[in-house]
Each structure stands twice: as structure tokens, then as C-alpha cells.
Design a protein around this ligand. Structure first.
Ligand SMILES: Cc1ncc(COP(=O)(O)O)c(C=O)c1O
Length: 365
């Protein structure tokens, strides 16, 4: 038994997503790039690379990681590049996508040796959460004025448009794509490739994959473009758990259990979006609030039901701990960093990384 806490990536669960992605690539002609902002745990990249076309990034470090550890096609995108990083970004990318016309104009010559693109913002999104809404008022994420974009068409051969957000509704995707066609159709027919970004939950249960493929194909043929998808969450959803142990139990009007992890440090995204963690099957007579060991009063994973009373030493698996989770882990309170382990297809578990006091010390100075 491995020592908790640790993130456990289950390859057989990852495989389910990978097979759906491969299906979509085959039946739609779209290429699929892993969005590293969501998941950058490179020890499973070799495995994923058999099912995907490459990676897309949000920074110099991500683009370098994609090139070095994943290989295949490497897209670079960033909200803004600095003068001190642009040369290294270009060296490590097959395509560079600028967020604004001013960044494109500034770096177009320097990037003339690789494929260049621009981010468009249709100013409509599927997000209901302001913090994650790329179409929020005054959004800095991409250009929306067709006339201004027309003036730089000679510098680019493609566009990236990311306006889906945790969208598991095919009809909504279809509707938003139609909106993009209406707003940007005159530009789309003049380029060679269009990336539709991430945020489409097409690997989820019951998603109409064939309709999705047909719609992507129709879009690609209508404008004569190579379509790209940038699945982050869809690539790794439900593949990983955070394995924790109970350190203490108490009763304060409710049953509480404190575990050797922290939502603030190890699943921060849930706290930011005010969501509970998931524990399955979440049935039984014993309701317990699972709490983290940091000093933050609200360091609570959630309240869950268990078949038996929870005791010190019990193990709990927190579900869905891959997306926007491992990339956001931090050293708050100096809480021990979860190790990373992989469950292979044959069921054996393998520890791939442990973190110690030295890692904590070296993260600061
Ligand atoms: C440009 C871009 N591409 C891809 C993604 C990945 O999105 P998701 O993990 O929801 O699929 C994001 C997420 O914010 C993004 O901003």
C-alpha cells in the first residue's frame, strides 16, 4: 500500500477518454491537442500521445513541457508574451497563436518561420461563472472586431476560438458554432485552420459523439479548414483520485473527519469555484464532513455518506482529481505534497513521484 496522500491516475479510466478522442479524430477529421493548463502530469504523456495529436499551452514553460515530454504537434498560445521569452516560445512550437492584434504585429516577423494565428472572441460563451467566462464584459481574451482582424489577415493562417466552458450540451455547442459562423464566416473562409479550443465535454456519458463528429466535419468542409480541438478536462475527466487517510475524528454537532490532505492545497480549483469534492458511492447511514488539515476554517472537501463509521486510519478516495487540480497544487501551510502514482492497465500501482521537505524549501527562498 502506498503512503497517502497521493494522486492516483488510473490508466484504464484514462483509456476510456482517449478512445473517445481517437474516435472523434477519426470520424470528424479534427485534430486533438491536450490543453496543458488543465493537466500537465507528464508521466502519462507517452500513453496519451498514442491517441492525441499533440499539446497546446498557455505559457513558455507549458510549450517547452509539451515539446519535450509529449512531442508531436506543439501549439503555443499565451495571453501575452514578453520580449524575453518569445524567441524560446518560437523555438519550441509548430504554431503560435497570438491573443491580440498588437502582439501579432509586434512579433509577426520574429515568428515568420512558424505558423501564426490569432485568437478570436465571439463574445458569447457557455460559462455561467464570471471568473471563467472568456466572453465576460471587457474580456481581454481575443479579438472580436472583424474589420480590425481583416487588416492583419496577411500575417496569419488560422484562428483559435475558445468559448465553450464545461459544456456537455451538444445543442448548445452547435448553436454557439453557428453563431461563430455568422460572426466570423468571412474570416474563416480565408484561413487554413481553426482551433475550437476546449471546454467541450464530449467524452462524458451519453454525449452524442456521431452528431458532434458530423458537425465538426461540416464546419471543416464549409470553410475548407483543418479543425483542432483542445480538450483539457475532457481528456482526463474521471481518471484520477486523490487518496487520503483519516488522521482524526471529532463531533461538534456533526461528525467530522480530518484527513492528511487539504482542499486549499491539493484541490484548490474546487474551492475557487465553491464546489464540493466527490466521493463515491456516497451512500450509507453515516454522514461525515471530510475536512483538510490546513488551518483554513473552510478547508472542507464536503459532506459524504459512508456505510460504516469513519475511524482514524481509514482510507478515502476523492474522485476526479486530475483537471485543474494537480497543476494548481501548492505548499500552503507546508502540508505534505501528495505523491503521484499510476495504476497500470493490469491493475498494478506504481509510484512515480514523491515530494519531501527539500521540495518545499526549494519552492521558496
Ligand atoms: C484556449 C483554451 N484552450 C483549451 C482549454 C481547455 O479547456 P477544458 O479543460 O475545459 O477542455 C482552455 C481552458 O481554459 C483554454 O482557455
Amino acid at each position: 500500500m502506498l503512503h497517502t496522500p497521493y494522486y492516483l491516475i488510473d490508466k484504464s479510466k484514462l483509456l476510456r477518454n482517449m478512445e473517445k478522442i481517437a474516435y472523434v479524430r477519426e470520424h470528424s477529421g479534427a485534430k486533438a491537442l491536450l490543453a496543458l493548463k488543465c493537466f500537465a502530469t507528464w508521466s502519462v504523456f507517452d500513453f496519451m500521445a498514442d491517441y492525441m495529436d499533440g499539446t497546446t499551452s498557455s505559457s513558455l514553460f507549458e510549450v517547452k513541457l509539451g515539446r519535450e515530454k509529449f512531442g508531436k504537434e506543439t501549439h503555443a498560445y499565451s495571453v501575452a508574451y514578453g520580449d524575453d521569452e518569445i524567441a524560446e516560445v518560437i523555438d519550441n512550437a509548430d504554431k503560435i497563436i497570438f491573443n491580440s492584434i498588437s502582439q501579432l504585429n509586434r512579433f509577426a516577423d520574429q515568428a515568420s518561420g512558424i505558423v501564426r494565428g490569432l485568437r478570436l472572441n465571439p463574445m458569447v460563451s457557455s460559462s455561467s461563472f464570471d471568473l471563467a467566462d472568456p466572453a465576460r464584459p471587457f474580456s481581454r481574451l481575443g479579438e472580436w472586431d472583424v474589420t480590425r482582424v481583416e487588416a492583419v489577415m496577411d500575417k496569419i493562417s488560422g484562428f483559435m476560438i475558445h468559448n465553450n466552458c464545461e459544456n456537455s450540451d451538444f445543442d448548445l455547442f452547435d448553436q454557439m458554432l453557428a453563431d461563430i459562423e455568422t460572426k466570423f464566416g468571412s474570416l474563416l473562409s480565408r484561413v487554413e485552420w481553426v482551433s475550437l479550443g476546449g471546454g467541450i465535454h464530449f467524452t462524458g456519458e451519453n454525449y452524442p459523439l456521431d452528431k458532434f463528429c458530423a458537425r465538426l466535419k461540416e464546419f471543416s468542409e464549409k470553410f475548407g479548414v483543418q479543425v483542432y480541438l483542445e480538450p483539457g478536462e475532457a481528456s482526463i475527466t474521471q481518471s484520477t483520485t486523490l487518496e487520503v487517510s483519516v488522521l482524526d475524528t471529532l463531533y461538534n454537532g456533526k461528525n467530522l473527519a480530518i484527513v492528511d490532505s487539504s482542499i486549499e492545497a491539493h484541490m484548490l480549483d474546487l474551492l475557487i469555484y465553491r464546489e464540493n469534492a466527490k466521493v463515491t458511492p456516497n451512500t450509507g447511514d453515516h454522514e461525515v464532513m471530510i475536512c483538510g488539515k490546513s488551518c483554513l476554517a473552510g478547508d472542507v472537501f464536503g459532506e459524504f455518506r459512508f456505510e460504516n463509521e469513519i475511524k482514524v486510519g481509514d482510507r478515502i478516495s476523492i474522485q476526479d482529481a486530475a483537471g485543474y487540480t494537480m497543476v494548481k497544487k501548492n505548499w500552503f501551510n507546508g502540508v505534505g505534497m501528495p505523491s503521484i502514482a499510476i495504476r497500470e492497465l493490469d491493475g498494478t500501482e506504481r509510484l512515480v513521484r514523491e515530494f519531501g521537505f527539500e521540495d518545499y524549501v526549494s519552492s521558496l527562498s
